[in-house]
Design a protein around this ligand. Sequence first.
Ligand code: TYM
Length: 329
Amino acid sequence: MSTIFSGVQPSGEMTIGNYIGAMRRFVTYQDTHNCLFCVVNQHAITVPQKPDELKQSARKLAALYMAIGIDPKKATIFIQSEVRAHAALAWIMTCLSSMGELERMTQYKDKSQQHGKNETIPAGLFVYPPLMAADILLYQTTHVPVGDDQKQHLELTRDLAARFNARYGETFSIPEPLIAKSGARIMSLQTPTKKMSKSDPNNAATIFLLEDLAKTKKKIMRAQTDSDGIVRFDIENKPGISNLMTLRAALTNETMDTMTAAYDGKGYGDFKKDLAEIITETLAPLQEEHKKLMDDPIVDTVLNEGAEKAHALAEQTLKKVEGKMGLSR
Ligand code: TYM
């Protein structure tokens, strides 16, 4: 049976990009695959975090996994730092990687550029991809549902798995990325040529899953569009409305042509109003469920059991790896 693994960082608030590009797709695999969904808090510390906030965010994200419909009876939900094998295999993956291939990671290039000087770039940002490879490879993962921005990290994971297998003998499954055809890259509402991101300093650019829905509505009404006023999908020339159409298509399954026909003769205002309604209908029940779960000790029970299950599986792989490399007696 194939195994699905994916992770989300508990840094800041989750966005509708995280939801559409990754999280809600997790739910679709739980009936047919072995699934593990991880709160990757060790990835979050590649940049400084406030301890209390990080702790809260991890639990909040676990509750969100459950609120969107991941059933802990079917899938394993756990926190990365509670399964020691992640950091242990990450070190091995780091030793298997070269400086050159890590320097080529575009996410590293983007994030390190924000620091300017080499002197202040956290080394954790540089060795982040080998930790991600370890997450995936520990569980003999065959498929990894992610958004488009993780594609390069997945390619590195595949390379590292193949390199290990070639050097030490068949050990890891080579995982395939599962990237959706539509919705794998939800764009900023304010600069629709840029990815929607939880760390965008412009709050109006991002829809947060747990924000006040009156705010969400305002953000959609103010989203950047072009001046020709025609609802038509054209990423190159009309990135703003195309992004809003992508959001709507992801939530209603309508085609772009259906939307164009439905808004013939109407303006962007009508489209935005309807989209705000659709998003509200999607997020309201999710927020309600999340609120209930935050006060429910079930989240901790799920996380305890999840860590135990994940630990048992991860240790099997780690022992095998250490044995093959001569890291055992
Ligand atoms: P993270 O926490 O940045 O994002 C979680 C997931 O959401 C997707 N995503 C998006 N999809 C569509 N449009 C967007 N605007 C958008 N923004 C984010 C991401 O592609 C991701 O799937 N390195 C990973 C976390 C990670 C991981 C793993 C993932 C660590 N270990 C192992 C898979 C397997 C990250 O930072 O995702």
